[in-house]
Design a binder for this molecule. Structure first.
Ligand SMILES: [Zn+2]
Length: 161
């Protein structure tokens, strides 16, 4: 038996160390089998923790979606395409017909609406998880929608029917 404090050898039945006077505390020696079992348990619980973290992250990804960004971009681009195409899908006349101008404004407003929702969703995600999704795409959808709304309304009312 060895002293825990000074490390010198002491007799098996001594209650105090002969060399430094420290109290002898008997620490049970663990067998290899016990250690193996303990390690196995640790590994298992670590693996469990890891899988739980993975699950949490997956849930994070599941929650962390912002479909409004794509929706606002899509609406804004449809509005833009309808505004700049040199032919009319609907209606007649040179340039952009009245129904086309209405479509431009409607899609621009849809873009605005979804851009607002995208902002709200990203704000929520930032509060919940501390990060946002596709901030640049969100801004692009927002600005494009605003520009299309202004231009669309201008074209709608300035050029008349
Ligand atoms: Zn000692």
């Amino acid at each position: 038996m060895y002293c825990r404090k000074c490390g010198k050898k002491i007799s098996d039945h001594a209650q105090f160390c002969d060399h430094c006077g420290a109290e002898v505390v008997i620490v049970p020696q663990k067998s290899y089998a016990d250690k193996y079992k303990e390690n196995k348990k640790k590994t298992k619980s670590q693996a469990h923790q890891t899988s739980q973290q993975q699950k949490k992250q997956q849930e994070k990804h599941k929650d962390a979606k912002n479909p409004y960004i794509a929706a606002s971009l899509f609406a804004a681009i449809v509005s833009l395409v309808c505004a700049i195409f040199p032919w009319n899908f609907i209606g007649e006349g040179i340039g952009t017909s009245l129904p086309m101008r209405i479509i431009v404004v409607v899609f621009a407003l849809l873009g605005d609406y979804h851009a607002t929702k995208a902002k709200q969703t990203n704000h929520y995600l930032k509060n919940k998880y501390g990060f946002e999704i596709q901030v640049n795409a969100m801004k692009l959808g927002y600005y494009l929608s605003v520009i299309m709304t202004i231009m669309g309304l201008f074209a709608l009312f300035m050029y008349g029917a």
